[in-house]
Design a protein around this ligand. Structure first.
Ligand SMILES: Nc1ncnc2c1ncn2[C@@H]1O[C@H](COP(=O)(O)OP(=O)(O)O)[C@@H](O)[C@H]1O
Ligand SMILES: CC(=O)N[C@@H](CCC(=O)OP(=O)(O)O)C(=O)O
Length: 262
């Protein structure tokens, strides 16, 4: 394995055990993996907006982003959340390099199609892969907040699952979603494998809802664009990352091809 894109959800970022960060080093040194972290921070953005008395709404799992909301999203994600992750990596002797998709034009965006509905939400047009390669060559682990920049230098808010999927697709790398649940749950049980058809059915009957919708959709889009493997795992599981790299059966593994569920 070479690159590994790890998406840390805002739901779990503050709870991640120290072993999560020390395992990054083990993966680099023992398995020659080049980890790349993409993080969210949805709950922290919502708390900050609340403190500032700014109303916030979601449509289809995406935050409606006015100019005022965009400033707060950027402040929270590229500021406190990003630096908190870098600090926790440094505590474990891991070389973290915090950046947003704006820095070095890492994530180049165009506005999402329905701008009247979503405001400053973007979709990723391209990823500056050379920048990621040069950081990995120096053993840095990029820690990326999902703010992107357009050709005319407007910043856009990107759902972190979508940003992680775009990066995994650009690098043709496996993608591991770290969240606060043990995987996709159906009747309180973890679904260990799910194919496209099953996911569409679970969205349709609302078993998959809320923040899980952009996650599974991003998983499918990464796979369709050539990412070899995508799983959703629980960040509270010690050594979830190592288990993922070793191909152990943890969380929910998403696949394109059909699976027999009998
Ligand atoms: N079928 C499902 N299985 C598991 N979680 C689900 C499901 N449907 C909705 N969810 C919700 O999705 C959440 C994970 O998405 P989200 O809150 O966006 O996490 P993150 O911040 O890790 O990206 C879970 O905490 C849960 O509330
Ligand atoms: C467009 C959009 O919805 N952006 C997200 C970005 C953060 C995010 O995705 O954080 P989680 O991974 O914790 O959900 C937002 O503003 O909340």
């Amino acid at each position: 394995m070479s690159y590994l894109v790890i998406k840390c959800g805002g739901s779990i970022v503050e709870e991640l055990p120290s072993s999560f960060f020390s395992d990054l080093k083990k993966l680099q040194q023992i398995k020659q993996v080049k980890p790349i972290i993409v993080h969210g921070g949805g709950p922290m953005i919502t708390s900050q907006l609340k403190l500032m008395n700014v109303k916030t709404t979601f449509v289809n799992g995406l935050r409606v982003t006015t100019k005022e909301v965009l400033d707060v999203v950027e402040m929270v994600l590229s500021g406190s959340v990003n630096k908190q992750i870098v600090r926790r990596m440094l505590d474990q002797g891991v070389k973290g390099m915090g950046m947003s998709g704006v820095d070095g034009q890492l994530l180049q965006a165009v506005p999402i199609k329905e701008t009247d509905k979503y405001g400053y939400v973007g979709q990723i047009k391209s990823v500056n892969v050379k920048l990621l390669e040069s950081l990995a060559d120096q053993d840095y682990i990029p820690v990326i907040s999902p703010i992107a920049i357009s050709e005319d230098h407007q910043h856009y808010n990107i759902n972190a699952d979508v940003a992680a999927a775009a990066i995994a697709a650009s690098l043709q790398a496996p993608l591991c979603f770290i969240s606060d649940i043990p995987g996709v749950l159906v009747n309180d049980k973890v679904l260990h494998f799910a194919d496209q058809k099953k996911i569409e059915q679970l969205i349709q009957n609302q078993t998959i809802n809320g923040g899980m919708i952009p996650k599974v959709k991003a998983a499918l889009s990464a796979l369709n664009a050539g990412a070899p493997e995508v799983s959703i795992v629980n960040g509270m599981d010690h050594h979830a990352l190592v288990d993922f790299v070793q191909g152990k059966r943890i969380g929910t593994r998403i696949q394109l091809r059909e699976i027999s569920y009998v």
